[in-house]
Write a protein that binds this ligand. Structure first.
Ligand SMILES: [Zn+2]
Length: 242
């Protein structure tokens, strides 16, 4: 007779009946089994509170195979920046071009619209374009953060530009720091502006209570269209350059 051994381990990957990949993950703080979709790695992840619960998690995922397949088939695929692509920058449409002998990306205003030129190929090209967008994000978001800090009579905060997996920003009133995803700079200007107002307003109230939303409204008026925009286009912006 065999001694009991967990059949599955944290980090294991297996194929579901529909051919999609399922990654097994143990999180001791999880209270129950759950399944999430990782659009970047294009796999489903089952999270269980213990290794011994993974078998049950695998069975659970099999019953959800159809739902998983639908989610993964509709997930936006990661798209590195490539010459020929057009990308939004605060409401402007920018054409990407490759140019031999050019290093870092440079924006050129041509009669038929702005063109962003960079050298390199593949990942190197994509990275140069991303660096340029990150710089634009920093310039814009620093300025808007300062604007809303003044409006609320708040002291300065530390601002970092990051690339979080799904969030647009976060604010820690305790550490007086705000983090923004650089990707929001690919959205229309009023959406990126809303994000700054959203995070700065958290210095007044950390939650999302009606009182908090009243602070946001005091800064920018009706915030619903911007939240709607992020809801509808967010996944797309998270996939570009990824
Ligand atoms: Zn918030």
């Amino acid at each position: 007779m065999k001694l009991f051994q967990p059949r599955y381990r944290d980090g294991d990957r297996l194929a579901l009946s529909n051919g999609h990949t399922l990654r097994l993950s143990v999180n001791k703080r999880a209270r129950r089994l759950s399944i999430r979709i990782d659009t970047r790695s294009r796999e489903a992840v089952v999270v269980a509170p213990s290794a011994s619960a993974l078998a049950q998690g695998v069975a659970f995922a099999q019953t959800k195979a159809e739902w998983i397949g639908e989610k993964l088939d509709h997930a936006v695929e990661g798209q590195p920046f490539k010459p020929g692509m057009t990308v939004g920058l605060l409401g402007r449409t920018i054409r990407l071009e490759g140019a031999a002998g050019v290093g870092a990306a440079r924006l050129i205003d041509l009669p038929d619209g702005p063109v962003l030129r960079a050298g390199g190929e593949g990942d190197a090209y994509s990275r140069r374009i991303e660096n340029w967008f990150r710089k634009q994000a920093r310039l814009f978001l620093l300025e808007r953060t300062e604007h809303y800090l003044k409006a609320l009579g708040q002291a300065p905060v530390r601002v970092s530009i990051v690339d979080t997996r799904s969030r647009w920003g976060s604010c820690s009133p305790h550490n007086r720091s705000i983090r923004y995803s650089w990707r929001v700079v690919m959205a229309p200007e009023r959406v990126a502006d809303y994000l700054a107002a959203h995070e700065v307003a958290h210095l007044v109230r950390a939650d999302h209570s009606p009182e908090y939303w009243a602070v946001v409204e005091g800064l920018i008026g009706d915030h619903k269209p911007m939240r709607q925009w992020l809801k509808h286009h967010g996944a797309q912006l998270h996939a570009i350059g990824a």
